[in-house]
Design a protein around this ligand. Sequence first.
Ligand code: HEM
Length: 146
Amino acid sequence: MALQYIALVTLILVYSLIFIGGYISSAGLGLTCPEWPLCPSGLPNEEYFIEWTHRLIAATIATLVLATAVGTWLNKNTGRKMKFTSTFAGILVITQITLGALVINLKLHALLVSIHLGVGVLLFSMVLLTTLFAFRITKKPIESTV
Ligand code: HEM
């Protein structure tokens, strides 16, 4: 089933983005791209390549997380727990992108950067649980017609 592989790819991307975010923060590159949503020329540039990559991966994650949530609701074999974790992940990813914009607009306000880290960890947890639930989906047995 495609859902479990989409969830797994999302999990790997969220982990990578947390790593890249930590690098941006500790290397002091947070304001290399001062505009939102696009960087000045719109295209990757040596000056803000890492920040640009952070946003591109974030946009990809948002698409995958929302697709997983929709897929979970459409799939008859998913349980209530998976519906909850995937929907909560959808809410968190939208919150995280909004926070990302605020982090830039408010020039890396310490409290907002800390909340951005906290929401990122929570998002990772929800995507992890969704992935585990997705790999445990059991297909309903085909009813015998004999
Ligand atoms: C799924 C989406 C995202 C995740 C999981 C994520 C995660 C993170 C993490 C873990 C950090 C490191 C925070 C720290 O070390 O305290 C970070 C830093 C940062 N993020 Fe994100 N992020 C996401 C989306 C975005 C978006 C959309 C933007 C901007 C539009 C953004 C802007 C930033 C900036 C500017 C920093 C550096 C803050 C600093 O210099 O202290 N993030 N991100």
